[in-house]
Design a protein around this ligand. Structure first.
Ligand SMILES: *Cc1c(COP(=O)(O)O)cnc(C)c1O
Length: 226
């Protein structure tokens, strides 16, 4: 028998360590299916596009205890909308964007939770700080006092084997620890947003705190590029 979405959610949740937060990634997933996931206990939802999320959020206003997470690259012309629509932004991937968010957050008197997206290995297909770039931007990020900088987010490059993927996650964790040792007042890296359908068990072994799962809960997407 084919497992229902509710069954999949229940099974996956029961196998996650209690300390790991599950974000259901609902890009290309219908509002009805989001409601099914909500009924199965999901309260954290992830979307990669501001506009797609906006349309769904408008139809889900009767579910006020949802936490929305932006997990895709944020274009500068969508920053205001993103701030209004998402409690978490996992894909803050450069200093300019962080500063822009910080200025707007101050203006709106609202402090979003954010993660800094890092690239542990070179990857032309992904946004994010390299380790060296991030280390040199830390002081300025710590000045972004209207952002709640919570942790690091990473997506391993395509085509790695399990050991290589595990190593990316472990290095991200080490980087987070290294930053924590600097004891910044505003820049915290307690959280690790890493692990997707194909690699979340590896991320768990490396100590992730947030997994972002799409296909394993909702099935394959039509547009595979997303
Ligand atoms: C699509 C996406 C996910 C979920 O990926 P699955 O392979 O469907 O689990 C997680 N994180 C980001 C940033 C994504 O874009």
């Amino acid at each position: 028998m084919v497992e229902s979405i509710a069954e999949r959610i229940t099974n996956i949740k029961s196998n996650l360590p209690k300390s790991v937060r599950l974000i259901a990634v609902t890009k290309q997933v219908s509002v009805d299916t989001i409601r099914t996931a909500y009924a199965a206990g999901i309260r954290d939802f992830g979307e990669n596009k501001v506009q797609e999320a906006e349309a769904k959020q408008a139809q889900l206003q009767d579910l006020p205890d949802i936490t929305w997470h932006l997990i895709g690259h944020l274009q500068s012309n969508k920053v205001v909308k993103a701030l209004k629509q998402f409690q978490w932004i996992h894909s803050v991937d450069n200093l300019k964007l962080a500063k822009r968010l910080n200025a707007l957050a101050e203006q709106f008197c609202y402090s979003p939770n954010i993660c800094l997206q890092v690239k542990i290995l070179p990857d032309p297909n992904k946004y994010g700080w390299t380790i060296t770039e991030l280390m040199s931007d830390l002081e300025e990020l710590n000045q972004c006092q209207h952002l709640k900088i919570k942790g690091l987010m990473t997506i391993p490059p395509q085509g790695l084997d399990d050991l290589q993927t595990l190593s990316v996650f472990q290095k991200t964790k080490e980087l987070a620890l290294e930053i924590r040792e600097k004891n910044f007042s505003h820049l915290k890296t307690q959280e690790l947003s890493m692990g997707m359908s194909e690699d979340y068990n590896l991320a768990i072994s490396a100590g992730t705190t947030i997994v972002r799962l799409g296909r394993i809960l909702f099935g394959e997407r039509k547009n595979k590029k997303d």
